[in-house]
Write a protein that binds this ligand. Structure first.
Ligand code: NAP
Length: 291
């Protein structure tokens, strides 16, 4: 991705929801020569930031929309399962001549596959209420007639948000559950995959829905053990899930109710994206550098 060659020079991105992934994306896209304005629900002392808070009816004014070419939404569904951006800004976005709109969704929409691989070709089968809401938001974006591309993401980690922080903050729970796997993705690969698709838009077949996941779904305990090994510390003795579950919050429990391997074949084989961190081992080494 050379700066000079990038077709993303001088584009204007509005990024809704500048949390972990949105912020990473904004920084990278600016390095490529684009403008990136980012939303948050509270006012920030940053000229590139604007306030968007649907619950309190705070909508960005026109100057933020002038010249916008690309929109990326990283905002989760509202409590009723609707998309907060579309609820307030759909006609505004439709009035702009947008080249592209991206939406960060979750692989939770696939539900429980009992450890089997799942791809974009599989019909979503959300198990959790929050995943049903997410699927509803995906449908709202698809029905918006905007040039939408949806990215389904598994557990996101990266520098500043990884098992290392959980260990440091004493938030680690070492739980073992037979045959249970999770898929994950390093935040840099979310950004880089999206940029790869945008930079090669004219030569790649367009896909409305794309999974961004690494190559190696695995158990949580493997990841925790690896972090302890890298830190040169002993991992606490694992607690079996049936024992541990009574102390878990309902949301934490719900993550253990789903067991799936998310395929990245479409992104990495068909479309040719090369992962920066193809497994947690590579990704966690990067996190450790920034730890
Ligand atoms: N974390 C994961 O492992 C994971 C996995 C799969 C998918 N996802 C989804 O992928 C997206 C990006 O994930 P992330 O972890 O990078 O997100 P994040 O750090 O939690 O950031 C989410 C952003 O959305 C904004 N937001 C939340 N509710 C909003 C509302 N009602 N109105 C306006 N803004 C709102 C937040 O604003 P403030 O800055 O004002 O708080 C924040 O900037 C999210 O939709 C997330 O649910 C996450």
């Amino acid at each position: 991705m050379s700066n000079l060659a990038s077709p993303l020079i001088n584009k204007k991105f509005l990024i809704f929801g500048c949390g972990f992934s949105g912020n990473f994306f904004a920084k990278k896209i600016r390095k490529l020569g684009s403008t990136a304005l980012t939303s948050s629900r509270s006012k920030k002392n940053d000229p590139n930031s604007f306030v968007f808070d649907r619950d309190n009816n705070i909508i960005p004014n026109q100057k933020f929309f002038d010249g916008v070419t690309h929109v990326l939404s990283c905002v989760p569904p509202d409590k009723n399962g609707h998309d907060p951006i579309l609820k307030t800004l759909k006609s505004k976005l439709q009035s702009l001549s947008l080249e592209w709109v991206g939406y960060l969704s979750t692989t939770g929409v696939y539900g429980n596959t009992y450890g089997q691989w799942v791809s974009e070709k599989n019909k979503p089968n959300p198990l959790q209420k929050r995943s049903q809401k997410r699927l509803n938001c995906e449908e709202e974006w698809i029905n918006s007639n905007l040039p939408i591309q949806i990215f389904r993401l598994p557990g996101i980690y990266g520098p500043g948000r990884s098992t290392f922080e959980a260990i440091k903050n004493n938030k680690i729970r070492v739980i073992s559950k037979n045959n249970q796997v999770f898929s994950r993705i390093h935040v840099a690969d979310i950004t880089n995959a999206i940029i790869y698709l945008l930079e090669n838009k004219n030569s790649l077949q367009f896909h409305r829905i794309i999974n961004i996941a690494d190559d190696e779904p695995c158990s949580q305990i493997e990841v925790i053990q690896y972090c302890y090994d890298l830190l040169g510390l002993n991992m606490p003795k694992p607690i079996i899930f049936e024992e541990a579950k009574k102390d878990l919050s309902p949301i934490a429990q719900s993550f253990w109710m789903e067991n799936r391997r998310v395929s990245n074949n479409l992104l990495c084989k068909e479309l040719g994206y090369k992962l920066m961190y193809r497994s947690y081992k590579f990704g966690l080494k990067d996190c450790l550098l920034n730890y």
